[in-house]
Design a protein around this ligand. Structure first.
Ligand code: ADE
Length: 420
């Protein structure tokens, strides 16, 4: 079996951690049992480009249980858990192409190795796999049934492709499911981002000015958890509605230029480029921490940081690069090379929340198979029934039961005659 990982000897530790995560993934476990008996992917090849974590391992094993021949490459150069990669290869016979800290060239070499598998289905996190197929591996298109996409960023890219008429197979937007973005993006990113910042720096959040760029689902979670630790949270936005929401949620809202001068900890999760830029760095306080939780490492202008600093970065701790500013001697600390800090310096979202996201992934892949001759080359939202089903199973697993409407209430909701 071909693979490229850091060290196969790490496998035993990886297996323990994969099994540990599995305990917190009851929805995916139920799907895996169903897949084991139904074998919906028998004879099909799936190439996944996702963060190589314990949770992703459980998804890969579930697809394999459904009969799929699966391969996995990393969806970020810094997010791979090397012990998990080793265990997938060694214990589950799943080829993995991923090494934590790989350079960009190796990242794309790995991604192309996953595509050499000649997939029927792709599972993407950020749309690098799909865009590579459309840009340089077009010979794979004929064989494709479709794909699934995990993130907000990836779906924005796919919708742009579909609008251009470029998309050549159907894609399922897993992130659009409510059981994905309301939980993974908010509670998962919220907790794991703070976890990454704290693991990298051991900073005390209480009493610090925490500047959160953006107020989408991820940023809402980050702001909420930073406040929970006693941080004074400042939100910056470009959307008046989201800014208003942040104000009414009790945060200070101001332009980034103002926030730059008073922030202690900066976190971006906007999906856009150069959210922290040259003029902001010029104004920042000595000791400021700069981090990103958006998908790509473009939110912090790293070349500008380099240009403004005396002699480039100094590694002062694992995952902390310190830049000393030429104009005032202030030390700005870049965390996790500006890559997703929750996966670079911590372990990503906890299993309990990935349970729902990956249940969505598994169901989306099955949906592609079940509807293979009906789908067009566009981006599809996960059906509402799937969302409801995932939420119901999750609640059951948590031992939480809810009410159902009485016949009288159903009739009332369906009538238009009743009123004042
Ligand atoms: N994205 C964020 N957290 C993750 C995790 N734990 N596994 C896979 N993808 C993730």
């Amino acid at each position: 079996m071909d693979f490229d990982i850091k060290n196969i000897d790490l496998a035993p530790g990886g297996r323990h951690r994969i099994e540990w995560a599995e305990q917190e993934m009851p929805v995916l476990r139920g799907i895996q049992q169903q897949f084991t008996s139904d074998r919906p992917f028998a004879g099909l090849r799936i190439s996944a480009c996702m963060h190589v974590t314990t949770e992703t391992a459980n998804l890969m094993v579930s697809l394999q249980a459904g009969g799929a021949d699966v391969v996995l490459s990393a969806s970020n150069p810094l997010s791979t858990q090397d012990d998990v990669a080793a265990s997938l290869v060694s214990h589950y016979e799943i080829p993995v192409y991923a090494i934590k800290g790989e350079d960009n060239e190796t990242y794309f070499k790995h991604l192309n190795a996953a595509l050499d598998h000649n997939p029927h289905i792709v599972m993407d996190d950020g749309a690098d796999l799909v865009s590579t197929i459309h840009k340089s591996r077009r010979n794979l298109i004929d064989n494709m049934i479709g794909g699934t996409e995990e993130t907000t960023t990836g779906i924005i890219r796919l919708r742009a492709m579909a609008a251009d008429g470029a998309l050549q197979f159907p894609m399922m937007a897993v992130n659009d499911a409510l059981t994905k973005h309301m939980f993974d993006n908010r509670y998962g990113t919220g907790q794991s981002t703070i976890d990454g910042i704290v693991r990298a720096t051991n900073v005390l959040v209480a009493g610090k000015n925490v500047v959160v760029a953006g107020y989408g689902w991820c940023s809402r979670g980050i702001a909420m958890r930073a406040r929970g630790l006693g941080g004074n949270v400042i939100v910056t936005e470009i959307d008046p509605l989201k800014a208003l929401e942040a104000v009414m949620d009790g945060y200070r809202v101001m332009p980034m230029m103002e926030a730059a001068a008073i922030g202690d900890i900066f976190v971006s999760a906007t999906g856009d480029i150069h959210v922290f830029d040259e003029h902001h760095f010029m104004a920042m306080k000595d000791g400021a921490l700069l981090s990103n939780s958006g998908h790509f490492d473009v939110e912090i202008n790293k070349p500008a940081l380099e240009k403004l600093s005396t002699n480039g970065p100094k590694r002062v701790r694992p995952f902390v690069e310190q830049y000393t500013m030429k104009h005032n001697g202030h030390r700005l600390n870049l965390l996790g090379e500006g890559r997703l800090i929750n996966l670079a310096a911590a372990e990503g979202h906890p299993a309990s929340v990935m349970d729902m996201s990956f249940a969505g992934q598994a169901m989306a892949a099955k949906y592609l198979i079940d509807n293979k001759d009906k789908l067009e080359n566009r981006v599809y939202t996960i059906p509402q029934e799937v969302d409801q089903e995932i939420a119901r199973i999750k609640l059951d697993a948590m031992g939480i039961y809810i009410d159902t409407l009485t016949a009288e209430q159903v009739a009332y909701l369906n009538s238009w005659e009743e009123g004042t």
